[in-house]
Design a protein around this ligand. Structure first.
Ligand code: XMP
Length: 319
């Protein structure tokens, strides 16, 4: 029987003993695990830690600003912010296959992270927000060659060509313990209790070819959906919720004329383990409000649909 504040102190001492005066780099995604790892390590060794945050152009609205605000401005963690959106979009041009998009996004991330890490010439450690379920998962996939429906690329899986030693201070923690630790370390509640967000980001929520224009429309629609979920108390009652951009046009009426614009699908699910999931029975009034707002506020969208597919047979993401 242990308590979190004691665990924090112990963990900090362990990191200090391990790292000494060495420099450490960490790929910060803004997700719970890498965020908690970053603050914990920062508590232990301060400016010996440098975080690298790569904006791939497929993040949600204001995500990059929020990460910089929390880590750089509020917590005074050293963060290098790289805006690589143009680069990612360039490599994704003309690519429509979901798995190929994942591979490109994963490969580009590694490439950029590696370039940045090499600039911190005296770094000895690579820190990662690996948690206990990740440790188990990778152990079992090595032995039984798991049947993979989708390849999952997280900020992790970095190549050992960096010749860095691994620092993984969350390796023995479950997700709820990581969240508790995050709160104790002063991370904002909303950041600690965020829905999961896939590594390839909006790249797998824009069906087919990814374009800047599509990403902009999707970001606006998604932000409205999330805002209304939070305002109605439904964010906490769903395990994951997001908008999906469908690159097809349908006809609508606008004033005296016709419109011919894109479609947004809303997805909200409830699950324990993300292996199976139910679509969330959101109130019609809430869905109606979100639909009205998206159609009125997002120029280029004239139709909103709600996804009522369970997993299985559908997956949670559309790609
Ligand atoms: P699916 O769509 O397979 O999603 O039912 C299950 C969970 O995994 C997330 N997901 C991903 N996460 N990289 C990630 O880091 C990926 O490529 C990826 N694909 C799906 C998804 O958001 C859900 O939480």
């Amino acid at each position: 029987d242990w308590n979190m504040p004691d665990y924090v102190e112990e963990s900090i001492s362990r990191i200090q003993a391990k790292v000494g005066k060495d420099k450490v780099i960490l790929g910060l995604s803004g997700g719970v695990d890498s965020s908690v790892a970053a603050v914990l390590i920062h508590r232990a060794i301060g400016d010996q830690l440098t975080c690298v945050f790569v904006d791939n152009g497929l993040l949600r609205q204001h995500e990059a600003e929020q990460v910089m605000e929390v880590f750089s401005n509020n917590l005074h963690v050293k963060v290098i912010h790289i805006d690589a959106s143009k680069q990612f979009l360039k490599y994704l041009q003309g690519v429509t296959d979901p798995e190929q998009k994942r591979r490109i996004i994963g490969r580009e991330f590694v490439e950029i992270f590696q370039q940045e890490s090499e600039k911190i010439t005296d770094a000895k450690w690579l820190a990662q927000g690996t948690i206990y379920p990740d440790v188990i998962e990778s152990a079992s996939s090595k032995t039984q060659k798991a049947h993979t429906i989708k390849s999952h690329h997280n900020v992790g899986g970095l190549p050992d060509t960096l010749h860095l030693k691994l620092l993984e201070p969350l390796r023995e923690l479950f997700k709820d313990e990581v969240r508790e630790l995050g709160l104790v370390l002063g991370l904002p509640h909303d950041m600690v209790f965020r829905h999961p967000f896939p590594g390839p980001g909006l790249g797998v929520r824009i069906l087919g070819e990814v374009k800047h224009e599509y990403a902009e429309l999707l970001r606006q629609a998604d932000a409205i959906f999330i805002e209304e979920l939070r305002a109605s108390g439904w964010y906490e009652r769903t395990s994951q919720a997001f908008a999906v951009f469908l690159p097809i046009k349908s006809v609508g009426v606008m004033g005296d004329g016709r419109s011919y614009e894109y479609v947004i699908a809303l997805r909200a699910i409830q699950t324990q383990d993300f292996m199976t999931a139910h679509w969330a029975e959101l109130p019609y009034t809430l869905l109606g409000k979100v639909s009205n707002r998206i159609i009125n506020e997002v120029r280029g969208i004239n139709r909103v649909v709600y996804d009522i597919s369970g997993k299985p047979p559908a997956t949670i993401e559309w790609e």
